[in-house]
Design a protein around this ligand. Structure first.
Ligand SMILES: CCOC(=O)Nc1nc2cc3nc(NC)[nH]c3cc2c(=O)[nH]1
Ligand SMILES: [Zn+2]
Length: 371
């Protein structure tokens, strides 16, 4: 059963009393078929069945409990049926812990060429060879089953930002109809779960209607979609000031595509439990390292003779065995080891951030200044 275990009510009161601003923050455990997820949790993105530049065992050493796989990419190549025949995505990529797969909706809209949205689903041409595909609530749910994902996402439409009230309303209503079909198509098994995704853009009455529609379907968890789509942190937090509270308090809440450390901290304070973002991996490959001193652009010439590690107390291989000068050199000459070490450090940094947030919540302490 995918459920979040929470503080006993009285303990939570202590936290609420001690830190009013943090009364919505919660630390818990999601129990799944593939192991526990400690929340608040950060999910590294493993788009094509791999967290780029990392071995799965390396990802595990950073402390990640769960990683995200992308349905859109995997259905095009190598194909969901083939992955199923080969034993499922866990076996295929040698990751035995929880896997969350997205429904593909968001990626189709951002990656595929020529696509058509109908009531049935989205018809699109593969960005690889132009061949024709259809993603629907039923096919997306089946593909995620074939991949063997621990947490399946309902097929939704990510309402773009900005949208008028009417646009957001009809988009949210489509997502609600698709959520019903996704839920019906889901093969429910112990320790596996399906999350619904609420939409409604920045309109609180639409967010409420979306939440009510999805709560009726009794998902194992809920995601807040349609955010981190260009609205900016202020507007995102404005929605997060109320949207998490529309969702069941005892179920996981997942904010997709977020984010920078400050975004994560602000969202945890507003009641979010799960995050995914390409920032640590993608920016690592682009030479950006997250450190307690701020973001280090390692390609900057000021590092070319800097014989100190990114962070002297970080336990990742990049910090234990190498200097900023070496990382600067590797990234400049585009050596693969540069991408590996920078990625490893950033994933370690993000997991350390989540660990400290979980600890601070458990101790009822402020975690505002962590970044
Ligand atoms: C990960 C599961 O999400 C889905 O299946 N649909 C979905 N994905 C999103 C991904 C997003 N990434 C960002 N910012 C980087 N914003 C996002 C929104 C959605 C969404 O509304 N819906
Ligand atoms: Zn490090």
């Amino acid at each position: 059963e995918v459920s979040i275990t929470k503080f006993p009510a009285d303990e939570r009161k202590i936290i609420a009393k001690a830190h009013d601003k943090y009364k919505k923050a919660r630390a818990g455990i999601i129990n799944t078929r593939h192991g526990q997820i400690h929340t608040p949790a950060f999910m590294p993105v493993g788009t094509k069945g791999t967290v780029k530049a990392m071995l799965p065992e390396s990802v595990q050493t950073t402390g990640a409990d769960i990683i995200l796989g992308n349905t859109y990419h995997l259905m095009l190549q190598p194909g969901a049926k083939r992955v199923f025949k080969l034993g499922g995505l866990h076996k295929f990529m040698n990751w035995s812990k929880p896997l969350l797969t997205d429904s593909g909706g968001f990626q189709v809209m951002s990656l595929s060429k020529l696509r058509k949205i109908t009531e049935e689903g989205v018809i699109f041409n593969s960005h690889i060879d132009g061949s024709k595909f259809m993603l629907s609530p039923e096919s997306s749910t089946e593909i995620q089953y074939l991949l063997g994902s621990t947490i399946t996402m309902a097929f939704d439409e990510c309402t773009p930002y900005p949208s008028t009230y009417e646009q957001a309303k009809s988009s949210m209503e489509l997502t609600s109809r698709w959520a019903k079909r996704s839920r019906k198509a889901f093969y429910s098994r112990d320790g596996y779960g399906q999350f619904g995704i609420i939409q409604g853009s920045i309109y609180n009455d639409l967010r409420l209607k979306s939440a009510l529609d999805l709560i009726e379907l009794d998902f194992e968890g809920y995601a807040i979609g349609g955010l981190a789509v260009g609205e900016g942190q202020e507007l995102m937090f404005k929605v997060l000031d109320y949207a998490p509270d529309l969702l069941p308090i005892n179920k996981p809440r997942y904010l997709m595509g977020v984010g920078k450390p400050a975004d994560i901290i602000g969202a945890v304070q507003r009641g979010i439990d799960m995050f995914d973002c390409v920032i640590p991996t993608r920016s690592g490959r682009n030479g950006q390292a997250f450190t307690k001193y701020g973001v280090v652009n390692i390609r900057n010439s000021k590092y070319k003779e800097d014989n100190t590690p990114l962070e002297e107390d970080c336990l990742c291989p990049a910090c234990k065995n190498y200097t900023k000068a070496y990382l600067h050199y590797l990234v400049k000459v585009k050596e693969i080891l540069g991408a590996m070490l920078m990625t490893w450090h950033n994933l370690m940094y993000f997991q350390k951030l989540m660990l400290r947030i979980r600890e601070y919540i458990a101790q009822g302490k402020d975690f505002d200044f962590i970044s």
